[in-house]
Design a protein around this ligand. Structure first.
Ligand SMILES: Nc1ncnc2c1ncn2[C@@H]1O[C@H](COP(=O)(O)OP(=O)(O)O)[C@@H](O)[C@H]1O
Ligand SMILES: [Mg+2]
Length: 229
């Protein structure tokens, strides 16, 4: 369970301070939560605040009882983050090495780590690309490797910031189906409203505030009314 209690995040902009989150409160208490809203509404800021990458100027955040601003490393042990561009998180030359790197803490022994990395890739049908350079993978394969690397750290919660935005329709659908099968708690920012409709809880963000929140149908309908004028 993730709670935002009157959270404000500000940055100094040219002549004034800009509010990225504006006194935002919400309770993410479903296993699968989708964040929707226009570009610049504050979705990425909210996700980064959960992970302690951004700290609130005012207000408080709780992630399974922990405060990401002061208990950052404990929170990070529970949380995995998937970015829009998988190349920003694939650090090693090949897919299998990248998953191995993520397993460093859970499988300190090299042979065991290698076995588990291959097994994790195979679980999602990627055994054939294990030795391939991450530069020679398709966008969908890269994002899947990035997700498998995140899962290898055994997170309780997976945060994903528009993980399918850069993908074509076919790969987007495939990756969304993988996310749908995850057993971890999930908080995903997405512009794909058909996908958001499959989540338990949908939160609509606008100008750094929660403007609607609840089941997918009502919240998505609210968003459509906002955007379609
Ligand atoms: N470091 C920063 N400095 C100034 N403005 C920022 C910074 N980070 C984000 N913003 C602005 O804050 C707003 C919210 O950004 P963001 O959380 O990335 O929105 P979203 O992910 O919904 O597109 C946007 O207008 C963005 O341009
Ligand atoms: Mg964003």
């Amino acid at each position: 369970m993730i709670v935002f209690d009157r959270v404000t995040v500000e940055v100094a902009a040219a002549e004034r301070t800009k509010r990225l989150l504006d006194d935002l409160s919400c309770r993410l208490d479903s296993r699968r939560v989708a964040l929707i809203g226009d570009n610049g509404s504050g979705k990425s800021t909210l996700l980064r605040a959960i992970d302690g990458l951004i700290r609130p100027d005012r207000g408080r955040i709780e992630v399974n009882g922990l405060d990401p601003a002061t208990q950052t490393s404990q929170v990070r042990r529970q949380v995995g983050f998937v970015f829009t561009d998988p190349m920003s998180q694939l650090l090693m030359p090949t897919a299998v090495e990248d998953v191995e790197l993520s397993l460093t803490r859970l499988a300190p022994q090299r042979a065991e780590r290698s076995r588990r990395a291959r097994q994790a890739l195979a679980e999602w049908g990627l055994e054939k690309v294990a030795e391939r350079s991450v530069y020679d993978l398709s966008g969908g394969e890269r994002q899947l490797v990035a997700l498998i690397s995140v899962l290898a750290t055994d997170p309780a919660i997976v945060l994903a910031d528009e993980p399918t935005t850069l993908l074509d329709r076919r790969h987007r659908r495939r990756l969304e189906e993988v996310f749908d099968r995850l057993s971890q708690d999930l908080v995903v920012a997405t512009h794909d409203l058909d996908w958001a409709a499959r989540f338990e809880q949908v939160v609509l963000i606008d100008q750094g505030r929660v403007v609607a929140e609840g089941g997918p149908q009502e919240t998505i309908a609210h968003y459509r009314r906002l955007t379609d004028g």
